[in-house]
Design a protein around this ligand. Structure first.
Ligand SMILES: Cc1ncc(COP(=O)(O)O)c(C=O)c1O
Length: 410
């Protein structure tokens, strides 16, 4: 049949697929590829959480359909987390729902609230579901360029001024994937004031709430008085407790948005497997030293990576949070662009990264490196990258117009 499906036509082929295919081919040839591509935590979850899962799985009653809003004990554990971490008091009945990872929650919230043609404001570059959840739901996206050259609040005001109809919602994500940008509570205060005034919902993605490296833990938008009149916030166990495969996340805040998401989910799923939810409850309620260990692990990997890249002549800003470095493409390769430079790194240095353009047009000129390899492998990657940049004439002191770089990039 010839017909193309309407929704599928609006989903471009995954930019990362090209690098992934080359990575698979290289591995099939027996090459050892050091993989900074996907933000997929490499550590196991805390042992007491796995023990709780195993214990619960042996209970014959735990194998029935669960509840799509999440078991009450888990919603209470999320409320307790918000209380101790942010000083925010949430009602687990009306203001919290459990999702099958925050990605599922974002996609189904978009389904729940979007009418055809509704405008949603989304940062660019961004984690793909932030835009594509709404595109799949029939909405229209207006991009808010983000990065060091842009003031996000100004971009938001400008976008609202020039959007007809008035935008339905704005998506925020701080600490940000892929740029690692963080914000303070004053930014959320300004966003809440502005969006309450204009009647615009705010959907905040706080997946990296606990992955920060200085003494300023990222705030929650729900700390702003009045925020829950317009805002919900997604959190997740994937990064905090290294449980990405378990698929447990949460949406908290505005009761109307939570009810809308709950309605869609009541048709779509029966909730996460009960033992997974019971073990997730143990993660949130149990000892939190594993979270500090996670932070220290990513921090020392970050330090090794950023210092090693600098020594190789590649200046990359040190990320204050997240598990990502957002690296400008070295000047000698700027003309090649992020996708071609990613392919070169794979071929010449045996290092896989995500090209920035895969996160949106304003991501062009950058690469995202995920801190998901151990320090020994990061050091190996750094040796390879240094040798490659040297050969290409892009190492310290080399002429950026050197023939090697031009030849490799052509
Ligand atoms: C910003 C952001 N939000 C959400 C997710 C997805 O998290 P989950 O595993 O909870 O679906 C990720 C995963 O990388 C992410 O980077």
């Amino acid at each position: 049949m010839e017909q193309e499906f309407h929704r599928i036509k609006r989903l471009p082929p995954y930019v990362f697929a090209e690098v992934n295919a080359l990575k698979a081919e290289a591995r099939a040839r027996g090459e050892d590829i050091i993989d900074f591509g996907m933000g997929n935590p490499d550590q196991p979850p805390p042992p007491h959480v796995v023990t709780k899962l195993v214990e619960t799985i042996n209970d014959p009653r735990a194998h029935r359909y669960s509840t799509s809003r999440g078991i009450p004990g888990l919603r209470k554990a999320v409320a307790a987390y918000y209380g101790r971490r942010f000083g925010v008091d949430l009602d687990p009945e009306r203001e919290i729902i459990v999702t099958l990872g925050s990605k599922e929650g974002l996609a189904n919230l978009a389904q729940a609230i979007t009418s055809p043609g509704d405008i949603v404001l989304v940062p660019n570059p961004s984690y793909p579901i932030h835009a594509f959840g709404f595109i799949i739901a029939g909405g229209a996206i207006r991009h808010l360029p983000v990065g060091p050259d842009f003031d996000l609040m100004e971009q938001l005001e400008r976008a609202v001024r020039h959007s007809i109809p008035k935008p339905l919602a704005v998506v925020l994500n701080h600490p940000a994937n892929p740029t690692a940008e963080t914000v303070g509570l004053d930014f959320y205060q300004a966003v809440v004031d502005f969006c309450r005034h204009h009647g615009i919902y705010v959907i905040s993605d706080l997946a990296y709430a606990e992955v920060y490296f200085d003494d300023r833990p990222p705030p929650s938008i729900l700390q702003v008085p009045g925020a829950r009149e317009i805002a919900v916030e997604f959190t997740s166990l994937s990064k905090t407790y290294s449980m990405p495969g378990w698929r447990v996340g949460f949406c908290s805040g505005n009761a109307k948005l939570i009810a809308a998401l709950a309605r869609v989910k009541s048709y779509v799923d029966y909730g996460a497997f009960t033992p997974v939810q019971v073990a997730a409850t143990a993660a949130l309620n149990g000892p939190q030293d594993c979270v500090e260990e996670m932070r220290q692990r990513y921090k020392s990997r970050r330090d090794v990576l950023i210092a090693g890249l600098a020594a190789a002549g590649w200046q990359v800003p040190c990320p204050p949070a997240t598990m990502f470095a957002w690296a400008p493409v070295p000047p000698a390769f700027a003309a090649a662009g992020s996708l071609e430079f990613s392919k070169l790194l794979l071929k010449e240095a045996k290092v896989a990264v995500s090209p920035g353009v895969g996160f949106g047009e304003y991501g062009e000129g950058h690469l995202r490196l995920a801190l998901v390899e151990n320090e020994q492998r990061i050091r190996q990657a750094l040796r390879n990258i240094k040798a490659f940049l040297k050969t290409a004439g892009a190492a310290p002191g080399a002429d950026p117009d050197a023939a090697g770089a031009r030849k490799l990039a052509s």
